[in-house]
Write a protein that binds this ligand. Structure first.
Ligand code: NAG
Ligand code: NAG
Ligand code: NAG
Length: 375
């Protein structure tokens, strides 16, 4: 209750700012004006945050069919891997920005006038270039960064008139990263398709992922990025797909051996952030701490109001290990299930994560998004 009142004040404040500036300036300046604090949100990641890039790619990792999007405005299946909004959709909405469009959906002309952010995220993609490639042609983190490089070098200069304007714009924008799950799900945990588990110990693999992610964050800093929001991985060992594929089935709600493995990656994030904060002058990092609460929810869903537990809401195939099968009726009450399909959580969970990170004090560290806005 209290936070929604604060939020109303916050939006009203934004609105007032918008009006004041609109009357005073026009044209190019209006982009700074319309969203005084945060001009844009840029997104890098996987299916947890993608908004439709894979629709344009030759991959089996795409969900542009019903029942996906059942709770999205107009029930449209946009390519989002959930029933409604992603965490990033909520961020954009609360920042007064439009949905962040997928890079692949934009024509060259549209790219040159898109100044509220672009989403490069791609389902099945990982930090390592080979992760997820068994599903076909997807955008690895490296490719996502390369596309952003083109945005900075080729597209933004068509809108802004000076390099200083581009730098100022980029330094105020928020860059969200939600990637790494597929380096396990669609790589390390699939020895039939990938040899990484024969090549690296879990410790070495986690370190490789962190150092690769770090290189990309440094490249982005060199392109002018300053405000980073980096999400750790959720408890992958609790995903219905992982549990239902396990043989023998775990006696605990989650496959904790998998959780221990991905925690190695998660534990590497704070020290990476600390190092980058001290070496990259003027950078600010927000760390999205999502593992613990999600793990608790999976262990005792009823306590958190999820009476449907970890059973996917939609009809999935492969004995409970796949995305939703097309055109099947999903469960009626989406808000009582933790999971929409065998891999992805329902909109309600995305809302709770987004809300905690945007306004709360325990999901995102050391500051929340609302505080990041004012830096
Ligand atoms: C792993 O597989 C890739 C291609 O599938 C190959 O290029 C690489 O040499 C392999 N690595 C090891 C250590 O076997
Ligand atoms: C960005 O593109 C330029 C060429 O336009 C290239 O020199 C540079 O290495 C690229 N940077 C990244 C981070 O990819
Ligand atoms: C589902 O499980 C049954 C029984 O264990 C097995 O025979 C069948 O091959 C499985 N199907 C898939 C798609 O994994």
């Amino acid at each position: 209750m209290k936070s929604s009142i604060v939020f109303i004040f916050f939006s009203t404040f934004l609105l007032i700012q918008t009006c004041q500036f609109s009357s005073a300036s026009q044209g190019v300046a209006s982009v700074h004006v319309k969203n005084k604090f945060i001009p844009a949100v840029y997104v890098f990641g996987d299916s947890l945050v993608e908004s439709g890039n894979n629709n344009y790619l030759k991959t089996s990792a795409k969900v542009n069919y019903t029942p996906y999007g059942a709770d999205f405005p107009n029930g449209v299946a946009t390519g989002r891997f959930t029933n409604g909004h992603t965490v990033v959709d909520f961020f954009a909405k609360w920042l007064g920005l439009p949905y962040v469009p997928p890079y692949m959906s934009l024509s060259e002309e549209e790219r040159s006038r898109t100044t509220t952010g672009i989403n490069y995220a791609s389902g099945a993609a990982g930090i390592l270039p080979e992760s997820g490639t068994a599903t076909g042609d997807i955008l690895s983190l490296e490719e996502q960064v390369n596309y952003f490089n083109q945005t900075v070098k080729n597209d933004l200069p068509k809108f802004f008139s000076t390099q200083e304007e581009i730098s100022s714009y980029l330094s105020k924008s928020i860059f969200v990263f939600s990637i790494g799950s597929n380096d396990y799900i669609n790589n390390y945990l699939q020895p039939a398709n990938y040899n990484s588990s024969n090549t690296y110990t879990p410790q070495q693999y986690g370190a490789l992922l962190i150092s690769t992610l770090k290189q990309h964050l440094m490249s982005l800093y060199n392109l002018g990025v300053r405000k980073f929001v980096v999400f750790e991985l959720g408890p992958i060992g609790c995903l219905p797909a992982i549990i239902n594929a396990a043989n023998p089935k775990p006696v605990t709600p989650c496959l904790e051996s998998v959780n221990l493995m991905i925690k190695i990656f998660n534990f590497g994030i704070p020290s990476m952030i600390q190092e980058l904060t001290s070496t990259m002058k003027g950078s600010t990092f927000v760390h999205g701490n999502i593992f613990d609460k999600s793990h608790r929810q999976n262990i005792s869903p009823l306590t958190y109001g999820f009476s449907g537990g970890n059973t996917p809401c939609c009809v999935v195939g492969g004995n409970g290990t796949t995305v939703c099968l097309p055109n099947q009726m999903p469960c009626k009450n989406r808000n009582t299930h933790l999971y929409w399909d065998a891999f992805h959580q329902v909109q309600r969970v995305n809302y709770e994560v987004a809300n905690g990170c945007f306004r709360g004090s325990s999901t995102c560290f050391p500051i929340n998004i609302r505080q990041l806005v004012h830096i």
